[in-house]
Structure formats: structure tokens, C-alpha cells
Design a protein around this ligand. Structure first.
Ligand SMILES: Nc1nc2c(c(=O)[nH]1)N[C@H]1C(S)=C(S)[C@@H](COP(=O)(O)O)O[C@H]1N2
Ligand SMILES: [Mo]
Length: 216
């Protein structure tokens, strides 16, 4: 476990990257002609990135709250979550710190199922994801609803390990991986946008890897 001092250093280093515009190539790929976005390099391992805190959330104690600008706010426990329709999706990971990892096979509940469950109000245009470690990140509702987006409990056939966000993490493949909240505990639907942990520290509000939306 990382100490508070190490954690502050890590966060400060990443903020400095944003100020310096590190890793920007100036050659975006808006047509997504290449599978690997500009400035990324392919890895075969799976790096762990967090704030130095990996919460332990046993499935018996796990709940997911869905609230905010919705008609039917709800809270799911583990069994209720597993009873929802499940999906499988294979996608690539692109982390803003430059690594990409291809062909991740995720299993879990499609975000579209959760959206149908709570029925966002017509005014709800944003989703704020809150996690058990105090992390948060924001995404537009239309992007969160993408057909490759899910709340995953399984990766490549095994339960997502604690360091990678188990028991349940968000997966939003079209954006840099900081948008994919690990250890998710609350999905807040909102009429107003609210930048999350990295977004207030110099990282882009949207985060499209092919547009090199690393910072902004
Ligand atoms: N709850 C939470 N989610 C998080 C983070 C975090 O610190 N806490 N880090 C983000 C960042 S910056 C990245 S790159 C990915 C890393 O996921 P991984 O450790 O499974 O590779 O998780 C994202 N989701
Ligand atoms: Mo990241």
C-alpha cells in the first residue's frame, strides 16, 4: 500500500505531465485508421494504476447505487446485480500513460441495462462515476450508453482481481482508461457536468485517444 506522501508525489507527477503536454504527437487519427492510437505503445502485461489505495470490497458487502436525475433510483446488492442480463465484450485498453492492451474479454452488465432500469430524466446528459477509493470520473450519458460499455465483474474468464477494480469496474473502451472507474459504488446521473479526480487535475473532459485528448 502506498503512503500518503508517495500518493501525493504520484498525483503531482501526473499533473506535471498535463501541464507539459507530455506524449502529444500532434498527429491525431480521427478516422481511426490505425488500431493503436497516436503516441501509444502496445503491452502484453496489464499495468496497475490507482491512487495507492486498493479498497477491499467483499461481494457480500458490495452495493451499487444508481441515483440522481432518474425516475427510478435504485440500489443493487451482489445477487441483484448478477440477476440482471449479462453480456460479453472484447475491447482494447488505452491508458493515458501510453500503454495499450488489446483484446480484453469482459463480462458483466451492459450499461444500457442499468440505464433502462433507472430511466434517466430527459434532462440528464451526464454520468458521474464514484468509487470505493474516493475516485470519481465523468462521462456524457450518450457515451456511457455505448454498446461496448459495461460494468464488468470478469476479465478473460476470471473474476477481476482486486488491484484491477474487482469486484466490479466500469469499462468504457472508446476513451482513455481513467474514465473506466475501478471499484465502482455509485452511478450518478446528472443534468450538469461535474469533472472528476483527474479531470480537475488537467486531464481532458472527454478523453478520446484517437483525438489525443490527453489534457485539456
Ligand atoms: N476507482 C479508481 N478507478 C480508476 C483509477 C483509480 O485510481 N481509482 N485509476 C484510473 C486510471 S488512471 C487507469 S489508467 C485505470 C487503470 O486500470 P488498471 O489498474 O486495471 O489497469 O483505472 C482507472 N480507474
Ligand atoms: Mo491512467
Amino acid at each position: 500500500m502506498t503512503s500518503g506522501g508517495q500518493r501525493d508525489k504520484l498525483v503531482a507527477a501526473k499533473e506535471a505531465w498535463a501541464r507539459a503536454g507530455r506524449l502529444l504527437t500532434g498527429r491525431p487519427d480521427p478516422e481511426r485508421a490505425r488500431r493503436l492510437p497516436p503516441g501509444q505503445r502496445l503491452v502484453s502485461n496489464w499495468p496497475v494504476l490507482d491512487l495507492g489505495l486498493q479498497p477491499h470490497v467483499p461481494t457480500e458487502a458490495w452495493t451499487l447505487t444508481l441515483d440522481g436525475a432518474v425516475a427510478s433510483p435504485t440500489r443493487l446488492n451482489w445477487n441483484a446485480f448478477l440477476a440482471l442480463p449479462q453480456t460479453e465484450d472484447v475491447s482494447d485498453i488505452h491508458c493515458v500513460t501510453q500503454w495499450s492492451r488489446y483484446d480484453n474479454r469482459w463480462q458483466g452488465v451492459p450499461t444500457s441495462v442499468l440505464i433502462d432500469l433507472v430511466k434517466p430524466l430527459p434532462s440528464a446528459a451526464h454520468v458521474i462515476l464514484h468509487s470505493y477509493d474516493g475516485y470519481s470520473t465523468n462521462v456524457r450519458l450518450e457515451h456511457f450508453a455505448g454498446d461496448d460499455c459495461l460494468l464488468a465483474h470478469t476479465h478473460d474468464g476470471v473474476p477481476i482481481p482486486r488491484e484491477h477494480g474487482g469486484p466490479v469496474r466500469v469499462v468504457i473502451p472508446r476513451f482513455y482508461f481513467w474514465k473506466s472507474a475501478k471499484w465502482v459504488k455509485r452511478i450518478e446521473f446528472s443534468t450538469v457536468d461535474r469533472p472528476g479526480f483527474w479531470e480537475v487535475r488537467g486531464y481532458h473532459n472527454v478523453g478520446d485517444p484517437w483525438a489525443e485528448e490527453r489534457y485539456g
